[in-house]
Design a protein around this ligand. Structure first.
Ligand code: UT7
Length: 322
């Protein structure tokens, strides 16, 4: 049986951190450092300069993940980029990344759009390609420039998000690796978190900014994240006590705390980067994973539970032995 295993991680954050006070001053927001920290846990975020795109961030994160895995781009036979802020409507950010990595081996490359669940969706897809035997070395990336879709006059959303990218190399292996994955969606909730605009006749039609019913998203997120965690644990025949690290989508410290409590895990076992990164959507899980690997917290052989939820709604989890 073919398994899949993460052999390298990498990440990239653009520029210097921008703290809450500087963000508030820059946009003249009626907000405060105290409110943002108390309600979200966020202290700072990174925002990409205007000429920096998701593929720029993805390229740096991918180079670092490949170096960590001891692979060169020509050895990659599958490229998947999770993003809701692609460089263009088309071609995909994955093909731009493939080109910039200098890959000319004909490997398939495509984007996955599942908003903040994008990375767990992409990782699950890559795992299935590898387990089928069709591919052996996948580059799986989450990359976002959510600063491009912020309404900077909406204090309820613009203080929450940041830009960045994270990447992993997932390879065929004799031992797992990825133990179980679960993906879900419920499109009845599409209006609760969306960017409802379109491009038509050379113009943005409708509303091109992120809109969110924060409280409704919060309630749904806590329940869905706890349920999907229990689902992958049951599928793998593991209990919460056997999880070394919970690495959830980094949206709000209160969502992380409530989810960890529901699953029965102490916060000491939860990787938290939201205070430094804000919510980087599809990039948040691989960014948090790489941060935890490079700081020495995540070690080889440990059980990791990765889980995310995003617009759609979409949600999912991956349970793996690192
Ligand atoms: O990636 C997945 C997608 N996103 C999420 O998971 C986010 C989920 N939701 C949340 O994290 C929280 O709902 C928020 C952080 C967005 C909001 O926190 P909340 O505790 O639910 O606050 P609220 O929306 O109930 O607002 C409370 C008050 C309101 O004022 P009034 O009506 O009580 O006078 C808001 O207008 O806080 C006000 N408010 C702010 N005040 C200062 C909203 N944003 C701000 C702000 N600064 N930035």
């Amino acid at each position: 049986m073919i398994h899949s295993r993460i052999t390298g991680t990498g990440s990239y954050l653009p520029g210097e951190p921008l703290d809450n006070r500087a963000l508030i001053a820059r946009h003249g927001l009626s907000s405060s450092d105290d409110w943002i920290i108390e309600r979200t846990g966020i202290r700072s975020r990174h925002l990409a300069p205007k000429d920096v795109t998701s593929s720029d961030l993805a390229l740096e994160a991918s180079r670092r993940a490949l170096a960590a895995a001891g692979r060169v781009p020509g050895e990659v036979d599958l490229v998947i980029v999770a993003t809701s802020t692609p460089d263009y409507i088309f071609p995909s950010t994955a093909t731009l990344l493939q080109n910039r990595l200098g890959m000319a081996n004909g490997a398939p490359a495509f984007d996955v759009q599942a908003v903040c669940s994008g990375f767990v969706y992409a990782l699950s897809i890559a795992e299935k390609f590898i387990r089928s035997g069709s591919h052996r070395c996948a580059l799986v990336v989450g990359a976002e420039v959510f600063s491009r879709i912020m309404d900077w006059s909406d204090r309820g959303t613009c203080v929450l998000f940041g830009d960045g990218a994270g990447a992993v190399v997932l390879e065929a292996a004799e031992q797992p690796g990825v133990l179980t994955t679960a993906l879900h969606a419920d499109g009845r909730h599409h209006a609760l978190l969306s960017v409802p605009g379109q491009i038509c006749g050379g113009q943005a039609i409708g509303d091109p900014f992120l809109r969110m019913d924060g409280q409704a998203v919060f309630k749904f997120a806590v329940n869905a994240l706890a349920e999907v965690a229990e689902e992958v644990l049951a599928l793998a025949g593991l209990t919460a006590t056997q999880i070394d690290w919970l690495i959830p989508h980094q949206a709000n410290i209160r969502i992380l705390q409530a989810t960890a409590k529901k699953i029965g895990l102490p916060m000491e076992k939860c990787i938290v980067t939201v205070e430094r990164h804000g919510n980087t959507s599809a990039a948040s899980i691989p960014l948090a994973l790489d941060d935890a690997v490079r700081s020495g917290r995540v070690q080889r052989g440990q059980h990791l539970l990765l889980e995310g939820i995003g617009g759609g709604f979409t949600w999912g989890a991956t349970l793996l032995r690192f």
